[in-house]
Design a protein around this ligand. Structure first.
Ligand code: ACO
Length: 349
């Protein structure tokens, strides 16, 4: 009897990435608040971030990355069956940001849904995308944040960390011969006992806004216990990376490139040391974009591909941690380098 080919599976077949044109360097922050380029750079590795223009909303930023991704794949928007937008900075309370994106893209046959998964939302979203793509349904997954609209510009301990942008991936059923990041495994976890440690607590149904709370600036307040977040980010991302690899039958030595969530260079370095991976196998562009939440992995992938760091035959590991707490990792086999289109407005390096 002829062997049955295992056609089940899915992969990322195109990437799109966008960052707003306005590039804000650390010295600009020092004009607003009591901080300095030296403090920000030594604590975080960040030199710049991109800030959405007035009126440039989450759906607009997400749609830009989504369009670039579909153009890269030369894929008809009407053939997309799911538009999933991972964001913590939604267009509005209701409806989902993804609905506006779906309309803008002309994805007329798609279901549009948001995921509020924190900085690991892109990888958790990939688990859902993979499940549908395996059934033959093309999924456009977009991680997007306009954190500049959500943060408190007077709070130096959080504001300097964040930036705006979006990364998109077209996830399709496995097709022999098509260049893709073939998804070998995804590991994702949440521990809601730490839900109050990191987030934006005002404006929802638990803490509705009143004129008084707005006067006191609570509508912009971000809660973050920095050192506790730091420690958990390192240990939980290490756990996710190891578990995702183990379940795929791989070891850390098999990994050619790690593309981690870009929160802070010190977190990335501590993770690298904990996993005992050579630093040149770990991609970072946090210096240029700061922490763009669920957008960071898509943007990082676009730049890693453009830099020629990803090649056919490699094993790539992505890993992220964020509010929830939630953490996730995914392992991919590169059957060929997927096409990329990006508009990242990178500054001089
Ligand atoms: N400029 C100058 N001083 C500052 C600034 C700033 N922008 N922000 C805070 N400070 C001050 C604080 O007020 C504090 O002063 P105090 O000691 O007088 O009270 C002091 O700096 C704290 O300094 P450190 O202890 O050296 O700061 P630390 O090394 O803990 O670094 C940081 C702080 C960068 C926030 C770190 O804890 C961190 O990276 N945590 C993880 C946070 C994170 O990445 N959050 C993003 C979301 S989660 C995710 O994406 C993984």
């Amino acid at each position: 009897m002829a062997p049955v080919e295992d056609t089940a599976g899915a992969g990322i077949v195109a990437i799109g990435a966008y960052a707003p044109r306005h590039r804000m360097v650390n010295d600009e922050w020092a004009q607003h608040i009591d901080t300095s380029d030296a403090w920000i750079y030594t604590r975080t590795g960040i030199k710049a971030r991109h800030i959405a223009a007035a009126g440039e909303s989450t759906a607009m930023v997400a749609a830009r990355a989504g369009n670039l991704c579909l153009e890269a794949a030369e894929f008809d928007p009407a053939a997309v069956r799911w538009v999933l937008v991972s964001t913590d900075t939604p267009e509005m309370w209701n409806p989902a940001t993804a609905c506006f994106v779906q309309a803008e893209l002309g994805a007329t046959r798609a279901v549009a849904l948001d995921l509020t998964g924190g900085c690991s939302g892109f990888i958790a979203g990939l688990a859902l995308a993979e499940a549908r793509a395996r059934l033959g349904e093309p999924v456009l997954l977009i991680g997007c944040e306009v954190l500049s609209q959500a943060m408190d510009w007077s709070d130096r301990s959080t504001a300097v960390l964040f930036g705006d942008g979006a990364g998109a991936a077209l996830v399709m059923p496995r097709e022999p011969g098509r260049p893709a990041f073939e998804i070998m495994n995804i590991y994702a976890r949440t521990d809601g006992r730490d839900a109050d440690i990191l987030g934006k607590p005002y404006g929802g149904t638990r803490n509705p806004l009143t004129p008084e709370l707005v006067r006191e600036g609570h509508h912009h307040r971000i809660v973050m216990h920095g050192p506790y977040v730091f420690r958990n980010a390192v240990t939980k991302m290490a756990e996710a990376a190891q578990a995702a690899l183990e379940d795929a039958g791989l070891r850390l030595e098999d990994v050619d490139l790690v593309v981690p969530h870009q929160a802070n260079q010190r977190i990335i370095d501590a993770l690298t040391d904990r996993l005992k991976i050579p630093r040149d196998k770990v991609f970072s562009n946090v210096e240029e974009y700061a922490n763009t939440g669920s957008a960071s992995i898509g943007i990082a992938l676009a730049e890693a591909i453009a830099a020629g760091l990803i090649r056919a035959g490699q094993i790539v590991l992505t890993v992220a941690f964020g509010s929830g707490f939630s953490w996730a990792a995914s392992v991919w086999r590169v059957t060929g380098v997927p096409p990329v289109r990006s508009e990242l407005n990178r500054g001089p390096s």
